[in-house]
Design a protein around this ligand. Structure first.
Ligand code: AMP
Length: 297
């Protein structure tokens, strides 16, 4: 059973990789962003409340997001596991999530942090185009010749998300730094955090994730190696408006600010937690159909 959180800045590939894991292991992707976009598109009361904050790159209020997540996790397909994508995004959400998971008897297995340089995040977000019909994500660097999505009979127009505009990207990266990044420490202390390099080919990233989750072929050896590696969790000094600065630099075509490299050391809390826990076993492949996506990217 897979019960994981994907943590990472906007543009770190959480959604793309969650979709790949979902397709491969039949575990539903639960994306707070997708749930919110769906509510906005359907013009529900929650959606109407969330819209302005989303367009400004701010976090939507906790009660709205928590309501959507609680409801989604109570659905039958999430009883056998879930891939949380974009949630939690601040300490209060993390605390409420642990309470909720204790209530439903589904504690978190692992939190995977997708580590991606700021320069790459900006390039990915600014260059992201999405199919209006199926939510498939494209990059401007590799757009189809006819500029439409060929999935599901094709011909569907691609668009740029309102919050992928440059001025909003800066805000979203700042919000990540100030509100979401502290969760790295939080989950490290709980012994749940694993860091994945989120750059390279999609296959290479998925394979690293599977190894970290002990799902891949070489998982046993790789996870042994990982536990031997002890590096220090460090966060370099950060400026409050790191996102805005990085965007400015990228626009001037100077080398962009590097994302704070996060090397994770096994803390004593992690060591204790590990000593108590049995090794993660490869998850059994499930046979039911992939869950229907609640929303679109
Ligand atoms: P995402 O698709 O995950 O980048 O989310 C898009 C936008 O939805 C974010 O910029 C926020 O405005 C909102 N959002 C998504 N997840 C959350 C969350 N967990 N808490 C608050 N706002 C969220």
């Amino acid at each position: 059973m897979m019960r994981i959180v994907l943590l990472g800045a906007p543009g770190s590939g959480k959604g793309t990789q969650a979709q790949r894991l979902q397709a491969k292991f039949n575990v539903p992707q639960v994306s707070s962003g997708d749930l919110l976009r769906d509510a906005v598109a359907r013009k529900t009361a929650l959606g109407l409340k969330a819209k302005a904050a989303m367009e400004a790159g701010q976090l939507v209020s906790d009660d709205i997001v928590l309501g959507l997540i609680r409801e989604r996790l109570s659905q039958p397909d999430a009883q056998q596991g879930f891939i949380l994508d974009g949630f939690p995004r601040n300490s209060d959400q993390a605390a409420t999530l642990s309470k909720l998971l204790v209530e439903i008897g589904q504690p978190l297995q692992t939190v995977l942090l997708m580590d991606v340089r700021t320069k790459t995040l900006i390039e990915r977000l600014a260059g992201r185009r999405v199919c209006k019909h199926c939510g498939k994500v494209f990059s401007v660097a590799a757009l189809p010749d006819d500029m439409t999505c060929s999935k599901n009979l094709g011909g569907h127009e691609l668009f740029q998300r309102a919050d992928d505009k440059e001025e909003v990207i800066a805000k979203r990266l700042d919000v990540y730094q100030s509100q979401t990044k502290p969760l790295i420490d939080h989950y490290t202390k709980l012994g749940l955090l694993k860091v994945i390099k989120g750059e390279g080919t999609l296959d290479a990233i998925t394979s690293r994730m599977e190894t970290a989750l002990a799902l891949g072929k070489s998982s046993i050896n790789a996870s042994k190696k990982t536990t031997k590696k002890k590096s220090k969790a460090k966060t370099k000094s950060k400026s409050k408006n790191a996102g805005a600065k990085a965007i400015k630099k990228a626009a001037k075509k100077k080398p962009a600010t590097k994302l704070k490299k996060v090397a994770v050391k096994k803390t004593s809390a992690q060591k204790k937690a590990k000593a108590k826990k049995p090794a993660v076993r490869p998850a059994k492949k499930q046979t039911r159909k992939p869950a229907k996506k609640a929303g679109r990217r």
